[in-house]
Design a protein around this ligand. Structure first.
Ligand code: COA
Length: 184
């Protein structure tokens, strides 16, 4: 069944998302590629939203008709490296393959360079086996920069990953006068 992608929105998580959140965050098909624990109860989901999602610098719920069906996180580094941020995402298995995360990441990308103006570079580290995620970031316009061998430790195994980036200047070239004012 196709989904009208205008129903896809992003918003901050809320405690009342716990029930919907557990449906996808309790599914190893969604969290298996992520450093998330697999949640097993609505109480754990509530605590995770409260303790991890709400304090996160930029984490949004992917919603259909305002119900949570996934997430996008943008995590800026700190100190001198705060110009770059890591992106992660996941979607409820029942909605895979309908273009929803591509739509959601496009919305996130257009928002994040405004919300976090010190961020100039978004980077994604995608396991070589994760073809859907590779295709997704490529559709958004991320560039594959290379292969990082034995780079990511995930749930007991070390994996090779492709590194991708999208620069704020890839979207909208900044006027010279503005870019020279950026102070890191
Ligand atoms: C990765 C993930 C978010 C994709 O979400 P999605 O909403 O299904 O993605 P979309 O439908 O927007 O786009 C996926 C693209 O990958 C393609 N794709 C899916 N599976 C694929 C595969 N095995 N090989 C090649 N391409 C594949 C789809 O055909 C689509 O491309 P198209 O539009 O050109 O047809 C989802 O699979 C997921 O939640 N995975 C688990 C968590 C995860 O891996 N997160 C990313 C960590 S880097």
């Amino acid at each position: 069944m196709e989904i009208d992608l205008s129903r896809v929105t992003l918003r901050p998580f809320e405690l009342m998302d716990a029930h919907d959140f557990l449906i996808w965050a309790g599914d190893d098909r969604v969290t298996g590629n992520l450093r998330w624990p697999v949640l097993t109860s609505e109480e754990e989901a509530l605590a995770f939203i409260r303790d991890v999602c709400l304090p996160h610098p930029w984490r949004r719920s992917i919603c259909i008709d305002d119900r949570s069906i996934g997430f996008i996180s943008i995590f800026p580094e700190t100190g001198d490296d705060r110009f770059k941020a890591h992106i992660g995402y996941g979607l409820s298995h029942e909605y895979w393959g309908k273009g929803i995360t591509t739509r959601a990441v496009s919305i996130a990308v257009s928002q994040v360079f405004n919300d976090l103006p010190h961020v100039l570079r978004l980077q994604a580290f995608v396991r070589t086996q994760n073809k859907a995620s590779q295709r997704l970031v490529e559709k958004i316009g991320f560039q594959r920069e290379g292969l990082l061998r034995k780079y990511t430790y995930l749930k007991g195994t070390i994996y090779d990953v492709f590194v991708y980036s999208l620069l704020s200047s890839d979207l909208l070239p900044l006027p010279q006068s503005y870019s020279s004012q950026i102070v890191l």
